[in-house]
Design a protein around this ligand. Sequence first.
Ligand SMILES: C[S@@+](CC[C@H](N)C(=O)[O-])C[C@H]1O[C@@H](n2cnc3c(N)ncnc32)[C@H](O)[C@@H]1O
Length: 223
Amino acid sequence: MPELAPIEYIRDYYEDSLSKADLFPREYGFYQSFLSYVKGASVLNVGCGPLFYEDLWHFGEVPQHYVGIDLNTNTFEYLEQSQHPRLAEGKNYVKSHDIRTEFLAESVFDWAAETDARFDSVFGVGVFATFGGDEFDRLMSLLWRVLNKGGHLVNVSWDGTYYTEQQYQEKLKYRFSGTDGPTPDELIDWVQKAGFKLMERRILTTDAQTYKWDSIHVSAFRK
Ligand SMILES: C[S@@+](CC[C@H](N)C(=O)[O-])C[C@H]1O[C@@H](n2cnc3c(N)ncnc32)[C@H](O)[C@@H]1O
């Protein structure tokens, strides 16, 4: 098991993400608009992190049941305890749209192998491409298991990072990054190999100097 991220790490990740979204509206808008592929009554956000509510604004349809799973348990401590005004907005949105939310503080590998829950859409933002080789294949077969026939699998990933060594080591320790994930093209091949049909793929080339990534990759598949 990886070491768990302290709540301060989760808070900083959340606040930094909101600041970056303000600074880079083109980049955030690019992937957020693609979340319109997330549809249906039941939705699973794999490795949701503290952006659980933030992603919800961009779904193609308002779900009835929205589940976030993350092995960093402090994700959910933070989401429950923080008084951040943006989180309050997310919670109000959930209430006013009568969405049943559920937090699962465990590894998707353990949970998805056992659960009876099924979803119309399953998505991951910055998560699927952190797993490589057999782990990636296993993740896909588990996501196949929990997705309803005709349901959507949506991936968002970033390519070409410019982390400092310290940032990278911290991300590995807390399972925010991986070491042997697929290249963007491999990811498309590997997901299709698991049986999913590609519906659309888009790429945005970004300015590495300022954004600190080379590109953003989004793809949507159907089971
Ligand atoms: C790069 S972060 C992305 C967080 C969030 N989705 C976002 O958009 O910023 C990767 C997330 O995946 C979670 N994670 C990594 N391995 C996991 C696993 N086996 N099961 C569930 N969550 C996992 C991490 O705890 C972390 O929150």
